[in-house]
Design a protein around this ligand. Sequence first.
Ligand code: HGY
Ligand code: MN
Ligand code: MN
Length: 416
Amino acid sequence: MAAPGENLRINPDRLWDSLMEMAKIGPGVAGGNNRQTLTDEDGEGRHLFKRWCEAAGLEVAVDRMGTMFARREGTDPDVLPVYVGSHLDTQPTGGKFDGVLGVLGGLEVIRTLDDLGIRTKHPIVVTNWTNEEGTRFAPAMLASGVFAGVHEQDWAYDRKDAKGKRFGDELERIGWKGDEPVGERRMKAFFELHIEQGPILEDEGIDIGVVTHGQGLKWLQVTLTGKESHTGSTPMPKRRNAGLGMARITEMAHEVAMDYQPDAVGAIGHMEVYPNSRNIIAGRTVFTIDIRSPEKEVLDAMDQRIREGIELICEALDIKYEIEQVGHFDPVTFDETCVKAVRDAAERLGYTHRNIVSGAGHDACWINRVAPTAMVFCPCVDGLSHNEAEDISKEWAAAGADVLFHAVVETAEIVP
Ligand code: HGY
Ligand code: MN
Ligand code: MN
């Protein structure tokens, strides 16, 4: 396939302006974003994205999980489209670029093709996957998981947030429940541009991460049940302290991950204490252990050891426990042809690049099961993400979007 000329570049200012415009929707309290999935703010961001897509002449479809597909026709309507996208939903204290760069980078590919008057043989479809973050409704990458056949749609609809609201009801409430069945679309390839969310590229002064693999993940939601009692008058030996159990399990999970360095991570970010009163021993705690590794064997070993550790800790404290696996995907190897298109694009454009394993999960990790898939990383400041201070430079955004443009357009085949 003919590669685009190295002089073909996206419009950095237009991309940056779109990122800053989207960032105004669902602002956080410290300069980032709180545009959680299926909130009114998510709905508003979707409308803005749809307006931009329609202004670019794209036909926007929505499936039953709310995922948005904005299609630019190719010269041959019978061949499979090339998909490009990511997610617009954010963490509660999220940044302006996690996910958004990939969706608006995909739109910038279309806008640049129109500027240059380039037609491609294959259609190109820009995608916004619903609920990538999994912070309001676990698990992460929910809609792309249903699309890839990993989750059933009805199961996804029944996922509940901390206030007991159902995913399906909230999707209906914000008016983004489409009527297109989920997962019937076939793709020639899928590309996702994303910030690295780690420090490697910035530390090494490298412009582009050529993502060859994604590490695997498990989310173990633990519920500990002890006994509420007075923090003052209950003798220490008589306490059944679910809060102490959570503390010991937090320490144990950390130590297990430390035993498998450098290829493992583990932490607990979600913690609920009941009744959460200063002078009541916690009778119940609910928390999620997030463990990850690029090695399946390591991930499974950590899972096993943590479960054994939980049993011992709860026995010693006379508290009951339940463990529910609320998220899981095995390590991912992306498609070599697509990865090569990303690498060749970086090379052609004169950007420094290196192979890299994704520490975070992405919709690409599921879509890789149903279509040849690859990702493009750009650096982010201090490797920081899932923090309102998340930041990138306009140059990094442009480099990532240039590489995305070349990989997508080469795969979609320019029509001379
Ligand atoms: O959890 C993740 O890795 C992603 O940010 N949802
Ligand atoms: Mn993301
Ligand atoms: Mn994220």
